[in-house]
Design a protein around this ligand. Structure first.
Ligand code: ZN
Length: 318
């Protein structure tokens, strides 16, 4: 039996977490997967193991110094990988490499036509910079996917859409001047939330000017207000006619997340994924990859990501 969508789940992927007292802990993948099985989604997708990314793959986006530093702190598990949000743990290099490896495997399957769409729950680590970790993000799988599309598949025009509560600064600044990286990010206003960036005035620089759409939203933004702003994102992406769509569907933009102040419901995530699938199908290639991103309330992330997977499968159209 062949499926349109692949989904990566593995013990190695589930080990990407910073301990039981940390919001980004090792329970997140299982919380999602239990709910996916309860809804029968596991029978509608191709479920795959993960592999670690190679150092050469990581180096498509990251500076060698960062890769070596993560590898070294991974052996002792001591200290922090950034200024204090992202603690090292034993095996962090392997776990973070599996996050990137899973996205690259999903990408390869989309690009060679085995599937049309892919979902990786523990991925979308959009704060990591080329030269360092940040905000619970060790390696930026989104950045590696974008670089790989260019280097390995000759795909230039890519739409990156981010509905995580936090601004996707690691992706934005790395590709700020890139005219072919169409960037659209709806996030809680940086005046109230980490990392503080993503003002509406940040529209890209140099040749990338006008190719980035940052939409800061006030705290408590609900589905109704979100959907109004979403229209702008949809028009922006549609007009660009991207050859690939990457969705970072962080679930921390849903109400009652312990780290943010947003007011969406999981239906917003399902709607966004369905609309992007629609655009990709209209463009004729159908290529959409979704990565889980943040989300620190286990019920919220399980429900939001299941809504996204259902939309990727095509269980709903809106
Ligand atoms: Zn987030």
């Amino acid at each position: 039996m062949s499926f349109d969508v692949c989904l990566h789940i593995s013990d190695a992927l589930g080990r990407y977490g910073f301990g039981p007292g940390h919001p980004f802990n090792e329970n997140r993948m299982d919380a999602f997967w239990r709910e996916a099985q309860r809804r029968g989604l596991h029978q509608q997708v191709e479920v795959l193991e993960t592999r670690p990314a190679t150092r050469a793959e990581l180096a498509r986006f990251h500076h060698p110094g960062h890769i070596v530093r993560v590898e070294s702190l991974s052996m002792t598990g001591d200290g922090y990988l950034d200024q204090g949000d992202t603690p090292a743990f034993k095996g962090v290099f392997e776990a973070a490499s599996h996050v990137v490896g899973a996205t690259l495997d999903g990408l390869a399957r989309i690009m060679d036509g085995r599937v049309k769409r892919a979902f990786v729950p523990i991925a979308g680590l959009h704060h990591a910079r080329p030269d360092g970790a940040a905000g619970f993000c060790v390696f930026n799988d989104c950045g590696v996917v974008i670089a790989t599309l260019r280097e390995q598949y000759d795909i230039k025009k890519i739409a990156y859409v981010d509905i995580d509560a936090h601004h996707g600064d690691g992706v934005f600044y790395a590709f700020e001047s890139d005219p072919d990286l169409i960037f659209a990010d709806l996030h809680e206003d940086g005046h109230y939330l980490y990392p503080g960036t993503g003002a509406a005035s940040e529209q890209g620089s140099g040749p990338g000017k006008g190719k980035k759409l940052n939409i800061p939203l006030p705290p408590q933004t609900d589905d109704k207000a979100f959907f109004q702003e979403w229209q702008r994102v949809e028009a922006f992406v549609r007009e660009a006619e991207p050859d690939f769509i990457l969705l970072q569907c962080g679930a921390d933009s849903i109400r009652n997340d312990p780290l943010t102040h947003m007011g969406l419901t999981p239906a917003a995530h399902g709607h966004v994924a369905a609309r992007l699938v629609n655009i990709a199908d209209e463009l004729g290639h159908g290529r959409v990859m979704a990565v889980g991103g943040g989300g620190y309330d286990m019920t919220n992330l399980a429900e939001a990501w299941c809504e996204v997977v259902a939309s990727l499968v095509g269980n709903k159209s809106s």
